[in-house]
Design a protein around this ligand. Structure first.
Ligand code: SAM
Ligand code: SF4
Length: 458
């Protein structure tokens, strides 16, 4: 059983009775970065005393920093098509939305989008699409991935394509795996079956069971790097968070490897959804949720999209987020300056800063922006990634690779002011590398970068 509702409701009911002493005991244990039990996570999701909340946040910040250091991985979504045969009530791409301008990119149009993203300095993409077996068949998706990897300009290239396309068959997952994808992401949207059934009235996505078991098929097809997510705002966020943790634990128990990432998209209404009015979770609830997830699954990356505004995104970096999208658009062909995005987009975005502005803001907060793609290229994925992550090796590989990729980004896409701002930061980050051999190698690679070499990593 993947989701045990009875256990979730029991944990939630018991959590309401937790005393401040119990909360503090859980937080003390959480500091060891060994994760939380379901009942402990439930207790922390109910904390609303300001003093206890402040302790929860400092604990999340401590754990985040111990495991991830100061790194923040940056990426952009790339929409292939907004054709969709499903009718998800919350989504502007839903089949019944006759106001949407529909479009599937040709491979030439896709190349154009990739070149724009590369010229911004992006190295990691998340491929997105509606589900339409005839207009967006798997062969087209595979060709699109090959096209993205093959589209290079000057020194720029996309080095990792993560994929967020509809739940599919083992055979199709095998084809995606063979095409060299990074993480396969799929959001359950809601783990609450009755809400799921209301929100997904027709189309292949209407089956809760088929959607829920997608990651099993992906794992059976050899994809050991998967990302889970919930569309927060459809149902009670505490129920969803515990179900997400059950799903993560199930994957770890069954396949020996838990999810590589968890995404926390929050529902954004784009205007004309035929949705019942549902209460969205507040910024405060959302913030607490991110901190609890950080403590519950310390080794799982947390991804934050531009559905959230700049201020909240910057705050959540402190509390657990380890990856964020930057300068995103949510429509196929939308990166072209002359494209009218609003008639074809999935939802509006709320952080409109350019990639360079986001890089600067991250640096100003003392964080280290990273465009690193090394792990998946040298086979540190799935179980192998978890082994090395849990041995604390993240710091020895990821810190130097983040430094090298941001130095490369600044050399090719930074302006003089940003290069000046980052020079002392890079010196400081290199000095913080504890292993002298790794530190020397990083300095050597930085020298080689300044002489024109590219794509250097450990
Ligand atoms: N079509 C595939 C699917 O639904 O699984 C691929 C992913 S879809 C392009 C990307 C995600 O956008 C969905 O999984 C959903 O969580 C999210 N989404 C859809 N409508 C949204 C909205 N109004 N606000 C925020 N996120 C939304
Ligand atoms: Fe289609 Fe995905 Fe939107 Fe549902 S969420 S309508 S499947 S694009």
């Amino acid at each position: 059983m993947i989701i045990n509702e009875k256990e979730i409701y029991e944990c939630l009911a018991a959590a309401k009775e937790a005393t401040p002493e119990q909360v503090l005991t859980i937080l003390t244990r959480a500091r060891a970065a060994k994760g939380l039990s379901l009942s402990e996570a439930a207790v922390l999701l109910h904390v609303d005393d300001p003093v206890l909340l402040a302790t929860l946040y400092t604990t999340a910040q401590e754990v985040k920093e111990r495991i991830y250091g100061k790194r923040v991985v940056l990426f952009a979504p790339l929409y292939l098509s907004n054709e969709c045969t499903n009718n998800c009530l919350y989504c502007a791409f839903r089949h019944s939305n006759s106001d949407l301008k529909r479009r599937t990119l040709t491979l030439d149009e896709l190349r154009e989008e990739v070149l724009i993203l590369e010229s911004m300095g992006h190295k990691r993409l998340l491929l997105e699409s509606g589900e339409d077996l005839s207009r967006v068949p798997i062969d087209y998706v595979i060709k699109a991935i090959e096209t993205i990897y093959a589209t290079k300009s000057n020194r720029d290239a996309i080095r990792r394509v993560n994929v967020n396309v509809a739940a599919t068959t083992v055979e199709n997952y095998r084809a995606l795996h063979a095409a060299g994808i990074g993480t396969y992401q799929l959001f359950q949207e809601t783990y609450h079956r009755p809400t799921y059934e209301t929100m997904h009235p027709s189309g292949p996505k209407a089956s809760y069971e088929y959607h829920l078991t997608a990651m099993d098929r992906a794992m059976q097809a050899g994809i050991d790097d998967v990302g889970l997510g919930v569309l927060f705002g459809l149902y009670d966020h505490r129920f969803e968070a515990l179900a997400l943790l059950q799903h993560a634990a199930y994957l770890e128990e069954t396949y020996g490897v838990g999810p590589h990432t968890i995404s926390v998209p929050r529902l954004r209404l784009s205007g004309n959804e035929p949705m019942p009015a549902v209460p969205l979770l507040s910024d405060e609830e959302f913030t607490r949720l991110v901190a609890v997830l950080r403590l519950a699954v310390p080794y799982t990356g947390i991804i934050m999209s531009t559905r959230e505004n700049a201020q909240l995104r910057d705050l959540l970096l402190d509390l657990g987020v380890s990856q964020m999208s930057a300068a995103s658009v949510t429509s196929p062909g939308g990166y072209r300056a002359d494209e009218n995005k609003t008639t074809s987009q999935q939802f509006a975005t709320y952080d409109h800063r350019s990639l360079l502005e986001i890089v600067r803001a991250i640096g100003k907060k003392g964080y280290l922006p990273s465009f690193c793609t090394a792990c998946y290229r040298v086979g540190r994925t799935g179980e192998h990634f978890m082994e090395f992550a849990k041995d604390g090796e993240i710091q020895s590989f990821c810190q130097p690779n983040a430094i090298l990729t941001v130095a490369e980004y600044l050399a090719d896409h930074g302006d003089e002011a940003t290069q000046r701002e980052f020079a002392p930061l890079i010196d400081k980050w290199v000095a913080e590398i504890s292993d002298p051999a790794v530190r020397s190698l990083t300095r050597l690679h930085l020298q080689e970068l300044s002489e024109g070499r590219r794509d250097l990593y450990l």
